[in-house]
Design a protein around this ligand. Structure first.
Ligand SMILES: Cc1cc2nc3c(=O)[nH]c(=O)nc-3n(C[C@H](O)[C@H](O)[C@H](O)COP(=O)(O)OP(=O)(O)OC[C@H]3O[C@@H](n4cnc5c(N)ncnc54)[C@H](O)[C@@H]3O)c2cc1C
Length: 331
C-alpha cells in the first residue's frame, strides 16, 4: 500500500491498514492518530459507550460537562475529516489470515481485512440484581465520585454493600463529597472493630438488613423489614466485564483484575503502548484498564495509534530492504 502525496494510504477493496473495533474515547483517539498518520482506517462501533446512561462527562479537560454523544460525535467527525471511515456495526469475530493479516467479521455478515487491529470495546458494568437499579444507573445509582461526586455534593448518599471491603472503600471515598453517607450492610456482613472505628471517625452511619430495591425519584432504599430510607443517590459496586468475546478465536481471553483480594472485573492484558500477546493486535481504553476515565482512555487510544503506525513503518521498511536486496542480486 503506497501513500501518495496528499492522501491517506489507499484502501484496497475491503482491506485497511487498521480496523479499530469500538468507536468511543479510546477507539476514536487511536483512529484520529492513524488517519492523521495517513493510514487507511476503519472504525466499527456498536454505539453503546459505557457512559451512555450519564447526561454529562466530567473531568475531561477542555470539554467539561459535554454529553457523551456530543463528544464522541465530534470525535467521529474529526476522524472522517482526515479520511478515516467510521461506521455503525458490531464485530463478531476476528481471525488470523495465513499472511498474518486479520479478517474482521461483522455481525451483519460483512468482512474486512486489516494489517493491524486496535480493540477498544471497553467493559460492561454488571449491576447488582435488584429492582430499581438498572433504570437509575448513571443518574442516581452511581459508582464513581470523579464522574458524579460534585453533582451530589452535600446530598444524602447511600452505599450498597455487596462486598464489605469494597463498600468500606466506597463509603470513606464518597464521604469527601458529602457528610451524609449511610452504609447499607445488605448481604455483606458486619464491619469489624477497626472498620467500625473508621466509619465512626468519619460520621458514616450503618443500616443493617437486606435491601430489596429502590424507589422514588432519587434512590429511596427499601429494606426487607419494609422500612424506606430516602437517599438522593446510591453507590454500588458493579464488577467490570471486558467486552472481548470477538477476540476468543485469536486466543485472547480476559483475565481477572484485583483490588486487594477482590476481583473487580476482567481485562485484556496489554503493554503500555497497547500491544497484546498477539502480534499486530493492539488494545486500549477500558478493555485493558477497566477503571480508567474517558481522558485516560483517549490517551491510551492515541498511544496505541502511534504504536501501530510505528509497527507498520517497521514492516514497510523491512519489506523495502528485502526488495532492494533482491533487486541488487538480480542486477
Ligand atoms: C455511568 C457512568 C458514568 C461515567 N462518567 C464518566 C465521567 O463523567 N467522566 C469520565 O472520565 N469517565 C466516566 N465514566 C467512565 C467512562 O465511561 C470510561 O472511562 C470510558 O467509557 C472508556 O472509554 P472506552 O473507549 O475504553 O470504552 P467505551 O466508552 O465503553 O466504548 C467502547 C465502544 O465499543 C463498542 N463496542 C463494544 N463491543 C463492540 C463490538 N463487538 N463491535 C463493535 N463495537 C463494539 C461500544 O458500543 C462502545 O461504543 C463513566 C462510566 C459510567 C458507567
Amino acid at each position: 500500500m503506497e501513500t501518495s502525496a496528499g492522501t491517506n494510504s489507499e484502501r484496497a477493496g475491503n482491506r485497511y491498514d487498521v480496523v479499530v473495533i469500538g468507536g468511543a474515547a479510546a477507539g476514536l483517539s487511536g483512529a484520529l492518530a492513524l488517519a492523521r498518520a495517513r493510514r487507511s482506517v476503519l472504525v466499527v462501533d456498536a454505539g453503546q459507550p459505557r457512559n451512555a446512561p450519564a447526561a454529562h462527562i466530567h473531568n475531561y479537560l477542555g470539554r467539561e460537562g459535554a454529553a457523551p454523544a456530543e463528544l464522541y460525535g465530534s470525535g467521529a467527525d474529526e476522524v472522517r475529516s482526515y479520511g478515516g471511515t467510521v461506521q455503525s456495526g458490531r464485530v463478531s469475530t476476528v481471525a488470523r489470515e495465513a499472511d498474518g493479516s486479520f479478517r474482521v467479521h461483522l455481525a451483519d455478515g460483512g468482512q474486512v481485512l486489516a494489517r493491524r487491529v486496535l480493540a477498544a470495546t471497553g467493559v460492561r458494568d454488571i449491576l447488582p440484581d435488584l429492582p430499581g437499579i438498572q433504570e437509575r444507573w448513571g443518574r442516581s445509582v452511581l459508582h464513581c465520585p470523579y464522574c458524579h461526586g460534585w453533582e451530589i455534593r452535600d446530598k444524602a448518599v447511600g452505599i450498597l454493600a455487596t462486598d464489605l471491603g469494597m463498600a468500606m472503600h466506597q463509603a470513606l471515598l464518597w464521604r469527601q463529597w458529602s457528610a451524609d453517607v449511610v452504609l447499607f450492610l445488605h448481604t455483606a456482613g458486619t464491619p469489624d472493630a477497626a472498620q467500625a472505628e473508621q466509619l465512626a471517625a468519619r460520621g458514616i452511619r450503618t443500616v443493617t438488613g437486606e435491601v430489596t430495591g429502590l424507589e422514588g425519584d432519587g434512590a429511596g432504599v427499601r429494606l426487607a423489614s419494609g422500612a424506606l430510607v430516602n437517599r438522593d443517590a446510591l453507590v454500588v459496586f458493579a464488577p467490570l466485564e471486558a467486552r472481548a468475546g470477538y477476540l476468543a478465536e485469536l486466543g485472547v481471553l480476559p483475565v481477572d483484575q484485583y483490588m486487594g483480594e477482590v476481583v473487580f472485573g476482567t481485562a485484556i492484558p496489554a503493554g503500555p503502548t497497547g500491544a497484546t500477546a498477539v502480534p499486530g493486535l493492539y488494545a486500549a481504553g477500558n478493555l485493558t484498564a477497566p477503571t480508567t476515565q474517558v481522558m485516560a482512555a483517549a490517551a491510551a487510544g492515541l498511544m496505541a495509534g502511534a504504536a501501530i503506525n510505528g509497527d507498520l513503518i517497521a514492516e514497510e521498511t523491512a519489506l523495502g530492504v528485502t526488495a532492494l536486496a533482491g533487486a541488487a542480486q538480480n542486477s
